[in-house]
Design a protein around this ligand. Structure first.
Ligand SMILES: [Fe+2]
Ligand SMILES: [Fe+2]
Length: 395
């Protein structure tokens, strides 16, 4: 293979590197084999045979010397080791190698009367054994096979590593796609919310504010982020059923008759019916259904009581009242946050879950003022898509 490369020392110079046969030779020569034998003649003979075949032999007279090499001069592609040696013997060395270089194959080189020991070494993880005396060809075949085995093991490792990387890259892509999908869902929801705002201009900005308040309150109640997103969607769409209420009732300036009130109250069920068919809004639909329920059972439409009311709806109802009291209406001016605080405290246990009220009372008015200011400053800001960001606004 011819490789063109830019020579950095001389700007503009282009060199050509012949990376073919020489590369292969270098690769063979780079295969380092550690020969461990206490007989100098045996190890020198093996080294000579291997050197002739372009391997790089390194010699050690016993197990301890071999460990020295493995620790200070790694890596080795193969270890050829005698079994019976003074100090650390071949079996002891095998055990250490499984710790130091577990992927390096070890071939036991042994006299004929040690075959049983050689077999037991193989059970302990040696790759093969070679009986002394041996011919050069036998040595080379054994070495070649052991090195091929090592290459397979390494390729397998690389393959596994690549596979793991591929899986994690694909998982990340999937996660990103899910996030994008969720974002598109939220954009659709915002369009729905905007449509309601157009119909019922009197409460403009109410959906966004109440969503921001609900998120803050939910997080302080210990609700996790995933569940907070569900609750946020329920809060944002709580009055979506009002789309189904005739304008003559929805926008009537005066007091509603009993019959009109009954129709108006249908907005919870209507909203639920609209949303429950949408799979990712199933849970949010439950909150929409229950958002006008009272803790003591005097709410509507089902008269649910206490914990029969979904947690999200119990949290929402505090946020909803807070915004209703602190916002202008055509028939009255907005009240202050302390006034809202007193009213919510008064209705603890009747309209509201006392546990939610307690969390609410523990939070400063400045939190709600900041969130309201933020929603007013950025009218296009979506509390749905930025549930995490809302959390960051906490004081
Ligand atoms: Fe409502
Ligand atoms: Fe509301």
């Amino acid at each position: 293979m011819v490789v063109l490369y830019l020579n950095r020392s001389g700007p503009g110079e282009i060199g050509i590197q012949w990376n073919g046969v020489r590369g292969l030779e270098e690769k063979l020569a780079s295969e380092r084999i550690l020969i461990v034998d206490d007989e100098p003649y045996v190890r020198t003979l093996m080294a000579a045979m291997l050197e002739k075949s372009s391997y790089t032999p390194v010699l050690a007279a016993n197990g301890l010397e071999a460990i020295e090499h493995l620790e200070h001069d790694p890596p080795y592609d193969l270890i050829l080791s005698d079994i019976v040696m003074n100090g650390l013997d071949g079996i002891g060395l095998l055990e250490r190698i499984r710790e130091l270089q577990p992927d390096t194959p070890m071939v036991m080189v042994t006299a004929i009367h040690d075959v049983a020991v050689a077999l037991s070494a193989m059970r302990k993880g040696a790759y093969d054994y070679l009986l002394k005396p041996f011919e050069k060809e036998q040595l080379l075949v054994t070495v070649r096979r052991a090195l091929d085995y090592r290459r397979l093991v390494q390729q397998n490792l690389v393959y596994r590593h690549n596979l793991e990387q591929l899986v994690s890259a694909r998982t990340e892509m999937l996660r990103q796609a899910m996030t994008d999908l969720e974002r598109s869902y939220d954009i659709t929801l915002e369009a729905l919310g905007d449509a309601l705002d157009l119909k019922d201009a009197e409460t403009e900005g109410h959906s966004r504010r109440v969503t921001a308040y609900t998120i803050a309150l939910a997080r302080h109640c210990g609700v996790d982020l995933a569940q907070t997103r569900v609750i946020a969607r329920g809060a944002f769409l709580h009055d979506i059923g009002k789309m189904a209420i005739p304008d003559a009732i929805l926008l009537k300036p005066g007091k509603l008759t009993l019959e009109e009130t009954a129709i108006m109250r249908e907005h919870c069920t209507r909203g639920y019916q609209i949303l429950r068919k949408i799979p990712f809004l199933e849970e949010a639909a439950e909150i929409v259904y229950s958002h006008q329920e009272f803790y003591d059972g005097n709410g509507y439409p089902r008269g649910l009581k206490g914990e029969e009311i979904p947690l999200g709806a119990r949290i929402f109802s505090v946020a909803d009242t807070l915004d209703a009291i602190t916002s202008d209406r055509p028939y009255r001016k907005a009240s202050s946050y302390p006034a809202a605080r007193r009213e919510i405290e008064r209705c603890s246990g009747t309209q509201f879950d006392p546990a939610m009220v307690e969390v609410f009372l523990g939070l400063p008015d400045s939190l709600w003022e900041d969130l309201r200011a933020e929603m007013t400053r950025h009218p296009r800001f979506s509390p749905l898509s930025f549930a995490g960001a809302i959390e960051d606004l906490k004081v």
